[in-house]
Design a binder for this molecule. Structure first.
Ligand code: PEP
Ligand code: MN
Length: 294
């Protein structure tokens, strides 16, 4: 019989069901340290950048501007999980090299997706944080491999995964010996079709109650519409998330992947100003990079 993660009397999930991820393991919460950038605690981290690394100009222009406007970590996919095999699949190692270039030029750590166990070694050479995407949340061999890595992992919730399944998936990484894990709520499939996914912000307080792991929210995939992203980004801070993953592009109309949900650099700047004001009201600390111009 499957082990039960919920209390048989109340039906609620319980922290104690999660041997390593459970809140009881570290009641004060985990704070990850990515080259001096703290994820968890009172801080609020901003990971931003294009959905996919497309070319040098696109990545460097976008990276420079998101960092100037206050992003702490640069995102960008070099291996892209696309619904169609005919869509842009990512630049692979060339994309990783461009991320490294941006990292060296702007002094900003990078997060990038790994889709397959065979890519782990290569991606680990370039990434500061490994992203395991929604479609791979229950790729158990990949989770086990990530458990052997010595760099932090951001595990995104499967688009049709329960929080129990997400937490159990995180246990695979933790149990493998990698203690640096954060979770990401990125929207779930629902009957609603007017946005790409339903941003399940309920998940944030529930996860914060059940686990000590930091919880990031991705309002870009959670909505699929750039104009909605700032609304849900502020809501995510209000419900207690530890940070955001945001897609931004210097020219969203020309993006090879996820343009409709990517913020322009201008819109990203406006959102950062709004988040700063909200952080102040909420007693949160928006970490502003030292060399940021804002
Ligand atoms: C992404 O972050 O670009 C991505 C593919 O996200 P998800 O796995 O949540 O769809
Ligand atoms: Mn994307």
């Amino acid at each position: 019989m499957e082990e039960q993660s919920c209390n048989m009397n109340t039906g609620y999930l319980e922290s104690s069901a999660y041997k390593k991820a459970g809140r009881h393991v570290r009641p004060e919460g985990t704070v990850l340290n990515i080259g001096g950038i703290k994820i968890g605690g009172r801080g609020f981290v901003i990971m931003a950048g294009p959905c996919a690394v497309e070319n040098e100009k696109q990545l460097l222009t976008t990276a420079r501007e998101v960092q100037r406007k206050g992003a702490n970590i640069l995102r960008g996919g070099a291996f892209k999980p696309r619904s169609s095999p005919y869509s842009f699949q990512g630049l692979e190692e060339e994309g990783l090299k461009l991320l490294q270039k941006a990292k060296l030029e702007f002094g900003i750590p990078v997060i990038t997706e790994v889709m397959d166990t065979r890519q782990v070694e290569l991606v680990c050479k370039y990434a500061d944080i490994l992203q395991i995407g929604s479609r791979n949340m229950q790729n158990f061999p990949l989770l086990k491999e990530a458990g052997q890595c010595h760099i932090p992992v951001m595990l995104k919730r499967g688009m049709n995964a329960t929080l129990d399944e997400l937490l159990l998936a995180s246990e695979y990484i933790l149990d493998g010996g990698n203690e640096e894990v954060m979770l990401c709520e990125r929207g779930i499939r629902s009957f609603e079709t007017s946005y790409r996914n339903t941003m399940d912000l309920n998940a944030v307080p529930m996860l914060k109650r059940l686990t000590h792991l930091p919880v990031i929210v991705d309002p870009s995939h959670g909505t699929g519409h750039a104009w909605m992203v700032p609304h849900l980004a502020k809501a995510a801070m209000a419900v207690g998330a530890d940070g955001l993953l945001i897609e931004a592009h210097y020219n969203p109309l020309k993006a090879l992947c996820d343009g409709p949900q990517s913020l322009t650099l201008e819109a990203f700047g406006i959102l950062m100003e709004e988040l700063k004001a909200l952080a102040k009201a909420m007693g949160r600390k928006l970490i502003v990079p030292e060399n940021s111009l804002t």
